[in-house]
Design a protein around this ligand. Structure first.
Ligand code: NAP
Length: 310
């Protein structure tokens, strides 16, 4: 049995990601005592019933007290208030991290509340499912997925190294980049695709000439894959778009221009242009499979528990 990296780990938020960290940390023996906080009594009670942690706290400061590492596993927009609440309870040398899908905004919200002797190492595990809450978590979620660390300039290198090792022990591959670069990369790989899914499912819901039952019946034509993504947590995704505004708008601008070009190709019967693009996009899919981030199997209607990058 290897030594736990963090004798006391506090998880502030115990939904899909928080509970998956708890399960994966236990599997790896990476944490000793796991202290759990959730905003509502109902979620905290459910986490207790599922034996996700070792202690359960209604006050986030009680969970964070004496912790060697505290990970915020809550919607991005709630990060500042959570940091403020735990800050007075943090011991010197403690590491504070998070799992938010947006990084520059989290750094701006959290850093001002933390004392000099506390180390802040923001993180984003690029792994998720469309399910939420403590029941949704599972130990394998991060296996062979990427976790991105975005330490602000001047962060203690040892603290970065420890979070790097922690995520490796949870099964993840780890990369390090600036918060701003992270937000630009994720805007195109995750945020805009989610917006497209939300939009297309919304458009289908508004159609009058095609009935809803036809939309359901013929969904295997492609629509079904979008509905899975568009069923992702509304609070989380609202916060992603509000907190990664600039990068999403930048990528959306490019997307709209390219869509207009496709519209023209269709209008003027430019089949060669369409064929060229569709050939290039096929190669990207092959690259993702070769990178081990997807299987070649037809994957619509993924079973619960199949991890996805979000
Ligand atoms: P989740 O399953 O919905 O769980 C959310 C947790 O945050 C619950 O403990 C919830 O507490 C708490 N919470 C909700 N609103 C809050 C608020 N205003 N203030 C304080 N706590 C609040 O969410 P999740 O999927 O684990 O996502 C958590 C974080 O992980 C988000 O920042 C998200 O960007 C990031 N992330 C998500 C995915 C994904 O695919 N889901 C992937 C990578 C990263 P109660 O239930 O008690 O209200």
């Amino acid at each position: 049995m290897t030594e736990p990296m963090f004798p006391r780990l506090a998880l502030i938020g115990i939904g899909l990601i928080g509970s998956s960290i708890a399960h994966a940390a236990r599997r790896a023996g990476a944490a000793g005592h796991i202290a759990v906080h959730s905003r509502t009594a109902a979620t905290l009670k459910r986490a207790h019933e599922l034996h996700i942690g070792d202690s359960y706290h209604a006050d986030p400061a009680d969970a964070a007290r004496d912790a060697d590492a505290v990970i915020l596993c809550i919607p991005v927009g709630a990060s500042g208030a959570a940091a403020k609440a735990i800050a007075p309870a943090l011991k010197p040398g403690a590491i504070v991290s998070d799992v938010g899908s947006v990084k520059a905004s989290v750094v701006a919200q959290v850093a001002p509340h933390l004392a000099q002797e506390v180390h802040f190492v923001p993180a984003h595990p690029v792994a998720g499912t469309e399910y939420s809450g403590p029941d949704a978590g599972f130990a394998e979620l991060f296996d062979n997925r990427w976790t991105i660390l975005t330490p602000p300039p001047g962060t203690n290198p040892e603290a970065v190294e420890r979070m790097h090792d922690f995520w490796k022990r949870l099964g993840a591959n780890v990369d390090v980049m600036t918060p701003e670069h992270h937000d630009l990369v994720l805007a195109i790989t995750s945020h805009v695709p989610h917006l497209i899914a939300y939009n297309i499912v919304g458009t289908a819901a508004h159609l009058e000439s095609v009935t809803q039952s036809e939309v359901m019946k013929f969904s295997a034509g492609g629509f079904r894959d979008f509905t899975r993504i568009a069923s992702s947590d509304p609070t989380m995704w609202r916060d992603v778009f509000l907190n990664n505004r600039e990068a999403v708008l930048e990528m959306l601008g490019r997307f709209t221009e390219d869509l207009t070009a496709l519209q023209r190709n269709i209008r003027y019967g430019q089949g060669e242009e369409l064929f060229d693009l569709f050939t290039r996009t096929r190669a990207i899919r092959r690259g993702i499979i070769e990178a081990g981030q997807e299987t070649a199997a037809a994957d619509f209607g993924r079973p619960h528990g199949k991890a996805d990058g979000e």
